[in-house]
Design a protein around this ligand. Structure first.
Ligand code: SF4
Length: 415
């Protein structure tokens, strides 16, 4: 929060509305434009500031939307407080060369606590890869990492109030690869385990090239790191992976996933998959489908390819017709649902370590399954929950057989 500003109780009482935009798909762009319209309708007097990736990619487009006062790119995010608190006559667009950014811009630790039970701490930004479908490198800039001491201090602060801390980044597995930080992600995790009393750390997403034996072995060795591996796949077919300019091949990827399963039999294993990439033939899609069918996934995030202006893939030939893209998406979603059901069935009769969420009867297991609790619990506890059955999309607690985690007493989020 800027100096001198206070959070408004609702949209209609705000003087200033800040919208942090995403531009990873055309649907995200559409959602942002709708959010601007909604904000303007609810409160025509409020000034609207749009920041984030869409602002970085297409500032003029956003500045042309009725009601938008400022457009601030990722390159200028740190200047938002000065901008909104200074005199009103200034230019509307504040966007610079994000590719020249080499310093990690740390957000205040309170920002990580937006989620009142599982704070999300960004420790890495940007990406040096150039996947041909992806707009992110041009709007987030090169890979850069939070300093290890800063991460330790922030996790220590969060651990005083929360049970689970999620570490995130645009390309989290690349944390620490710049000159000056002589440590990899596994080294950072060891420091966090040794120097903080955080009860559970969860990794958001790690590219398959960075799922080293060292990292997987560490995850398997301690209950303080959630048994949850999310490794973007995008395609299970090598010819498509090559066109996407992804740096691994399907066999390497499969090896990493099988290793994770071997060392963590009860882990959540998930992936992002992109269907309908230009030129993806029926045979190539089927190769991906079979590849996924054979791996021990517990969930998938399936995305339908959409052309992003400014990416190499947007001008590739052999665009896949929209109905075909949608059908492929549905096929993989159905496959993912079947795998998720199998995994949940395996959990019935087991006892899982679960963090209780804001909704008083819902928890999230260490292996990323929603659990419907038999009785209301206060949020932000870790409880050992005996699983008695299934609901359509979650697990169900076996009434009367669960216990509080032996680790430590309840911690309450700050008000
Ligand atoms: S690794 Fe991820 S963020 Fe980086 S270019 Fe590829 S898809 Fe985009």
């Amino acid at each position: 929060m800027c100096q001198g500003c206070q959070a408004a109780s609702g949209l209609d009482s705000a003087d200033l509305v800040i919208l942090n935009s995403c531009t990873v798909t055309s649907a995200a762009d559409h959602d942002l434009r709708q959010a601007v319209r909604r904000a303007r309708r609810a409160n025509p007097a409020a000034r609207i500031l749009v920041t984030g990736c869409y602002a970085q990619r297409a500032p003029e487009e956003l500045a042309g939307l009725p009601g938008v006062t400022w457009v601030v790119g990722n390159s200028h995010k740190a200047q938002i407080p000065d901008l909104v608190l200074s005199a009103p006559c200034q230019s509307r667009i504040h966007v610079g060369d994000i590719l020249a950014e080499h310093e990690f811009l740390a957000a205040p630790v309170q920002d990580a606590a937006g989620d009142r039970t599982r704070p999300n701490l960004k420790i890495q930004d940007g990406c040096n890869n150039r996947c041909t479908f992806c707009i992110i490198p041009s709007v987030r800039g090169p890979s850069r990492s939070a300093k290890p001491d800063d991460v330790v201090a922030q996790v220590r602060t969060l651990a005083a109030s929360y049970r689970e801390v999620v570490l995130s980044g645009v390309n989290l597995g690349r944390w620490g690869r710049e000159p000056g930080i002589r440590m990899r992600l596994a080294g950072l995790l060891r420091r966090l385990l040794a120097e903080t009393d955080v009860e559970r750390i969860r990794l958001s997403s790690v590219e398959p090239m960075d799922l080293s034996d060292d990292l997987l072995g560490l995850m398997a060795s301690t209950p303080r790191i959630a048994r949850h591996v999310h490794a973007p796949l995008q395609s299970g077919c090598d010819t498509v992976l090559r066109r996407m300019r992804r740096w691994y091949r399907a066999s390497h990827y499969a090896g990493r996933i099988l290793r994770a399963r071997e060392w963590m039999p009860d882990a959540a294993i998930g992936a992002d998959v992109l269907v309908g990439f230009p030129g993806e033939t029926d045979a190539e899609f089927d190769e991906t489908r079979r590849f996924i069918a054979e791996l021990p996934y517990t969930y998938l995030h399936v995305f339908t390819y959409s052309e992003r202006p400014g990416t190499p893939a947007a001008s590739m030939p052999d665009s896949v017709p929209t109905p075909v893209r949608k059908r492929r998406n549905r096929v993989l979603r159905e496959l993912a649902a079947a795998k998720n059901l199998d995994f949940r069935r395996r959990m019935v009769g087991q006892t899982l370590s679960v963090v209780t969420l804001e909704q008083e009867r819902i928890g999230l297991s260490h292996n990323y399954l929603k659990v419907e609790l038999a009785t209301p619990r206060q949020p932000n506890l870790i409880v050992e929950v005996a699983i008695g059955g299934l609901t359509p999309h979650a697990l169900q607690e076996n009434r009367g057989r669960s216990t509080l985690s032996p680790f430590s007493p309840a911690r309450r989020p700050p008000n």
